[in-house]
Design a protein around this ligand. Structure first.
Ligand code: GLU
Length: 201
């Protein structure tokens, strides 16, 4: 089972993220990764132990005050660096980590690919971040509305993800909630515009 960590602080969160991942190691995993915002989005991923990711972080000296991190237990796509989370959109401005399975990922992937979106992994997870990208249509307001719609469940027809435990259409609402609860994403440009709010942490 994977592990998900998120942190926002006045100081660099990379040590906090790594400590969180270490505490989740007991759950089992095959690879690990993190993304932080520091002006731009920075992502590190490694196969194997959290210690390898920590070493990579030390060498790269990546820092940021907002970040997410993940230990992956592969379900779709072999364990490997390209399949490790976080996954990013084509522009590299949104990073996403996810726990679970997207059952209808193949049909979503086909749709998104037909829109010119290029996939870089074999995971089901990557469809989520490209769905955000697809709905964002280069307009951050679109993304905010999409995220709110997901949370408020006002427009279920916009929500295309079907979760792990739900196979019956009438349970799609719950599936969507599960997907939202088990995913985390950060958006570089949005974070920049909320820099003032970040100061309070
Ligand atoms: N299904 C996702 C993948 O294979 C997430 C697996 C997990 O929960 O770690 O990448």
């Amino acid at each position: 089972m994977c592990g998900i960590v998120g942190a926002v602080a006045k100081r660099d969160v990379v040590p906090i993220l790594l400590e969180g991942l270490r505490k989740l190691e007991y759950r089992g995993y095959d690879s690990a990764g993190l993304a932080v915002v520091n002006g731009d989005l920075h992502r590190l991923r490694s196969v194997g132990r959290v210690a390898s990711l920590a070493q990579m972080a030390a060498e790269s000296q990546v820092k940021g005050r907002l970040g997410i991190a993940h230990t992956r237990w592969a379900t779709h796509g072999a364990p490997g660096e390209n399949n490790a989370h976080p996954h990013v959109d084509c522009a590299g401005t949104i990073a996403l980590i996810h726990n679970g399975i997207i059952e209808n990922y193949q049909e979503l992937k086909t749709m998104l690919t037909s829109q010119g979106i290029q996939f870089l992994s074999q995971t089901d997870t990557e469809v989520i971040v490209h769905l955000f990208e697809y709905h964002m249509i280069n307009n951050s307001m679109e993304l905010i509305i999409f995220a709110l719609q997901l949370r408020l469940m006002k427009k279920i027809q916009m929500v295309d993800l079907i979760g792990q435990y739900e196979k019956i259409q009438s349970e799609v609402d719950k599936a969507v909630l599960d997907v939202i609860r088990s995913s985390a994403f950060i958006n570089g440009p949005e974070v920049k515009s909320f820099q003032a709010e970040l100061e309070q942490y």
